[in-house]
Ligand binder design. Structure first.
Ligand code: FES
Ligand code: FES
Length: 156
C-alpha cells in the first residue's frame, strides 16, 4: 500500500485495517501525532485527510489510499499552520503538551475552512480535542490571534 503523507509517498507493508496512527508512529516512526484514548474520544491523534481533521486512531490506512495525509510534522509548511504555531508560541498555549499536536491540526483545519471563527465556531470545531491541563482559553486566544494575523497579512 502507498500512503501520501506530508506530500511524500511512503510504501507501507501493513494490513488495510491498521489505524493510520499505528502506521504513522509504529511503522514510519512519525511520533508527533499522539495516542490518547484510541477510541475517537480525545483528539490527540488528529491529522488531516485531504484537509479535513480526522481521528487517526480509528481511521484505517485503507481509507487514506489515494488521499493526502498531513501531520503535525508538516503543519507549518501551510501558511495557516505556520500562523497557528506562531500564535501558540506567543500565547504559551501548551502546558504538558500532550494534546497539543492534535489541537494545532484541528485549529489549522478550522481556519482553513473559516478564516474568522467566532467563539461558537471555535467551540464547535475544537470540542473533540480534550485538554486535561485546561488550556482552552489560551487555545481560543491563539486561534483568534492567528486569524487576525492572517487577515492583516492578506490585506497588507
Ligand atoms: S487517540 Fe484518537 S481520539 Fe483519542
Ligand atoms: S496541554 Fe496537557 S493535555 Fe493539553
Amino acid at each position: 500500500m502507498k500512503l501520501t503523507i506530508n506530500e511524500q509517498v511512503h510504501e507501507l507493508n501493513a494490513p488495510d485495517e491498521m489505524p493510520i496512527l499505528w502506521a504513522l508512529r509504529d511503522v514510519l516512526g512519525m511520533t508527533g501525532t499522539k495516542f490518547g484514548c484510541g477510541k475517537s474520544l480525545c483528539g490527540a491523534c488528529t491529522v488531516m485527510l485531504d484537509g479535513n481533521p480526522i481521528r487517526s486512531c480509528v481511521t484505517p490506512v485503507k481509507a487514506a489510499e489515494n488521499k493526502s495525509i498531513t501531520t503535525i510534522e508538516a503543519i507549518s509548511e501551510q501558511k495557516t499552520g505556520q500562523a497557528i504555531q506562531n500564535a501558540w508560541i506567543e500565547n504559551n498555549v501548551p502546558q504538558c503538551g500532550y494534546c497539543q499536536s492534535g489541537q494545532i491540526v484541528s485549529a489549522t483545519a478550522l481556519l482553513n475552512a473559516n478564516p474568522q471563527p467566532n467563539d461558537e465556531d471555535i467551540n464547535n470545531a475544537m470540542s473533540g480535542n480534550i485538554c486535561r491541563c485546561g488550556t482552552y482559553n489560551r487555545i481560543r486566544d491563539a486561534i483568534k490571534q492567528a486569524a487576525n494575523k492572517l487577515e492583516a497579512d492578506h490585506e497588507g
